[in-house]
Ligand binder design. Structure first.
Ligand SMILES: NC(=O)c1ccc[n+]([C@@H]2O[C@H](COP(=O)([O-])OP(=O)(O)OC[C@H]3O[C@@H](n4cnc5c(N)ncnc54)[C@H](O)[C@@H]3O)[C@@H](O)[C@H]2O)c1
Length: 316
């Protein structure tokens, strides 16, 4: 069979063409300030509608107003704020519902909210709630946010970007609980590469190095002195435009799924995929894996359709 060149070009173009930002609707958590705010502004500048969810309401409302003043018109707003504690399904479900109600869709979800509260947990009191608080936000906020986002994207596809950290790839002798959380975000994101194959939803993560935001504002003096502050003060910083570029690439590059982009002081770099030691696998296992992936793809596809039905019927 002979295909003419314009027919072949259509497929070539489709494979490499960038995912467009203009006209898309993005939900962003933790965007009242810092990295989330910079990403929300960059998306609005490129023609997206943004829905910001945060616990810092006054700051978030000001950020939203400024985005509307700059990129909207008095007839058409381009940004909306919704109070959201990312550790709560109730709030996340509401946040995504607001995006559908205000702008008719959810195409991009950025699960960026994070905290360093109790980041060093080695010798804190043996208290269940205190122990898990950082995991509820830094891990729970990402996992729960991804699950709600996938239900909204199931019928038309989309892109999810999680904010991890370089602390998700390296040990840290001081930020032990924070590093554990960010390792979890990395593991979760890489494990979700498969979702693109059956649902057309790409899930990626950005791992920034040190970025000059309020998060680095830790006390250097007094009873609450954090010894880590001395290191953070002089550490090479990733400029905010580099961090934003990493998020935009995660969104627009159709070849990225289950990938990590490092936002480093000298630019954006793609983290190579993890290659397991050879002794962990063999030919027979690899052959079975092909069949397993085929089966899983069909199973996951059916389960996602079922989950969407349940969500529409019960809100859960
Ligand atoms: N600043 C850095 O050096 C750095 C480096 C690597 C990764 N990160 C990650 O980047 C993300 C953004 O941090 P940032 O540097 O902009 O700091 P930031 O403190 O300025 O921003 C964090 C935002 O998350 C919000 N937030 C916290 N808890 C929340 C909750 N329960 N529900 C909803 N929102 C909540 C805060 O109110 C704030 O607006 C975080 O996930 C952080 O871990 C930061």
């Amino acid at each position: 069979m002979v295909f003419n060149s314009s027919f072949m070009n259509f497929f070539r173009k489709k494979k490499t063409s960038k995912y467009p930002i203009a006209g898309k609707v993005a939900v962003i958590t933790g965007a009242s300030r810092g990295i989330g705010k910079a990403v929300a502004e960059a998306l609005a500048e490129r023609g997206a509608k943004v829905v910001i969810g945060d616990v810092l309401d006054t700051v978030g409302q000001t950020t939203t107003e400024n985005i509307n003043k700059r990129y909207g018109s008095h007839k058409h707003k381009v940004a909306v704020y919704q109070h959201t504690d990312v550790s709560k399904y109730r709030d996340l479900i509401q946040l995504f519902a607001v995006a559908e109600k205000e702008f008719g869709s959810v195409d991009i979800a950025i699960l960026n909210a994070g905290t360093t509260k109790n980041m060093n947990a080695l010798f804190t009191p043996l208290d269940d709630e205190l122990e898990m608080a950082i995991y509820e936000v830094d891990v729970g906020g990402v996992v729960k946010g991804n699950k709600v986002a996938m239900l909204h994207m199931a019928e038309h596809g989309g892109v999810i970007v999680n904010t991890a950290s370089m602390a998700g790839l390296m040990p840290d002798i001081y930020l032990n609980a924070y590093a554990a959380c960010k390792h979890a975000v990395v593991g979760w994101t890489r494990s979700l590469a498969f979702v693109n194959k059956f649902a057309g939803i790409r899930v990626n993560a950005v791992c920034p190095g040190f970025v000059d935001t309020d998060m680095l504002n830790v006390p250097r003096e007094g009873p609450n002195r954090e010894p880590y502050a001395d290191v953070a003060e002089v550490a090479p910083k990733t400029p905010m435009p580099v961090v934003v570029e990493a998020f935009l690439r995660c969104i627009t590059d159709p070849s990225l799924a289950g990938d990590l982009l490092l936002a480093l002081p000298d630019g954006v770099k793609k983290q190579p995929p993890y290659r397991p030691p050879e002794s962990l696998t063999n030919k027979q296992m690899e052959e079975r894996r092909v069949k397993y992936e085929r089966e899983l793809k069909a199973k996951d596809k059916a389960e996602l359709a079922e989950a969407v039905k349940r969500f529409k019927a019960t809100g859960r």
